[in-house]
Design a protein around this ligand. Structure first.
Ligand code: DI6
Ligand code: FE
Length: 416
């Protein structure tokens, strides 16, 4: 099939680029390489080469001239809850007037109010509600996105959410990493019987999600207002037994030891981490667990306790940054805003959240071998930006400097 962008089978080259490769083998800030080209065959990067190299000078194929622009890997949002029904803006209004998040949750609001709305919607309705959120993420450069369930909390409603995630992946040029978060809240019909709900997750929901290949990982909310360490342990053990990867919302509002649980099960990532303690940092460093920072929730909840970024850095724990896009604690569809917040609120350098939304986010989704850097053999997912410096991607909000979005070697509409 002929396309506007040339015949398939032709190699393509993006030339005259300034690359922010985030490749650890390139020992400059941002993995910067000036006057370089990326040569792509099919959906893979065949070469990353200087403009005066024989590979570039002798190139025969379709040429895209970047005219000196910056090119980064595609952005990866490694933590979102982007499928949901309803709105929690009125609850936000209450929170602003002083009612705490945990108190709203105890009154049946919070996550459970979204559960009511989500259960009441069909798969088609949930899909339609999710599309603008996904489009917003993609428009600012997201090429891979993690999407959690967790607002269904019955077998059918959790699978319904995961089917919406699958449909989004089939409908848009974006890769989706679907995560089962049945252990997000105790559903109202199980009030006072959390262990029985955990049994339902372990015996029915996890096996069904794994069987239908609707999820590749399982997540838990290990928190006083959600599930205990022991309950999370049961969920994660069952997930592993069914071949799912694991991760967790841990140490967000209190320190329950969720991180050691994630490490014990060989988890991809431990997320939030405001109340992470010193011993846990050593465990993460040893196990290579990615610390996923979610400054959006910290900002919207007006938390005071920050994750121990300096200690994570010193210990060499990889840090990723996600949007945590959800209707309650992080209601914005912008990974660039989350990266900005990571700098302003948590003290990251601009390079850190950019690495955290590319290389480290790929690691947090078990995709480090294929995504996250501009390097030979990686998937050709990258972005061409109208910026003078990569920090501008993180710094200058409100305008969108994304010029071109390349996914699996195909030029996609930058503003879908
Ligand atoms: N932690 C969060 O920040 C979100 N879920 C979680 O476990 C909040 C989700 C919500 O409030 O709807
Ligand atoms: Fe979350």
């Amino acid at each position: 099939m002929e396309t506007l962008h040339g015949s398939p089978g032709w190699d393509q080259m993006w030339e005259n680029a300034r690359l922010a490769t985030f490749d650890p083998a390139v020992r400059t800030p941002y993995g910067q390489l000036d006057r370089h080209a990326i040569i792509v065959r099919g959906d893979r990067i065949l070469a990353v080469a200087p403009m005066d190299s024989p590979a570039v000078e002798g190139f025969c194929g379709q040429i895209h001239n970047c005219e000196g622009r910056w090119v980064t890997p595609g952005l990866i949002d490694c933590h979102t809850h982007l499928v949901w029904g309803g709105s929690r803006a009125a609850e936000w209004e209450m929170r602003l007037s002083g009612v705490p998040y945990a108190e709203i949750a105890r009154r049946g609001g919070g996550i459970l109010s979204t559960v009511r709305s989500t259960r009441a919607m069909t798969e088609d309705e949930l899909f339609a509600a999710a599309v603008p959120r996904l489009r917003a993420l993609m428009a600012e450069g997201v090429t891979t996105v993690e999407i959690k369930s967790g607002y269904g909390l019955t077998l059918d409603d959790e699978l319904k959410m995961l089917r919406v995630a699958r449909r989004l992946a089939e409908s848009f040029p974006v890769e989706v990493s679907p995560t089962l978060l049945a252990a997000h809240a105790v559903p109202p019909e199980f009030t006072g019987r959390a262990d029985e709900y955990v049994s339902l997750i372990v015996n029915e929901i996890i096996p069904a999600a794994a069987e239908e290949k609707l999820a590749e990982a399982a997540d838990v909310f290990c928190e006083q207002i959600a599930f205990s360490r022991e309950q999370c342990d049961r969920v994660l053990a069952a997930a592993r037994a069914h071949g799912l990867a694991v991760k967790g919302h841990v140490e967000q509002l209190s320190s329950l030891g969720g991180v050691t649980l994630i490490a014990k099960h060989g988890g991809w990532s431990a997320d939030h981490l405001e109340y992470l303690n010193h011993a846990d940092i050593a465990v993460m460093a040893r196990r290579g667990t990615v610390a996923v920072l979610l400054p959006g929730a910290y900002y919207f909840l007006r938390e005071q306790q920050k994750p121990p970024v300096e200690e994570l850095r010193t210990a060499g724990v990889p840090m990723a940054v996600g949007s945590d896009l959800n209707p309650g604690t992080s209601p914005f569809a912008s990974l660039r805003l989350a990266m900005n917040q990571a700098c302003v609120l948590f003290g990251l350098t601009p390079e850190e959240p950019l690495a955290g939304a590319t290389r480290e986010a790929a690691r947090a989704l078990g995709r480090a071998d294929r995504l996250g850097t501009l390097a030979v053999a990686k998937q050709a997912d990258f972005l061409v930006w109208d910026v003078e410096h990569p920090a501008e991607i993180v710094c200058s909000l409100g305008t969108n400097p994304l010029r071109e979005r390349v996914v699996r070697g195909q030029v996609e509409n930058a503003h879908p």
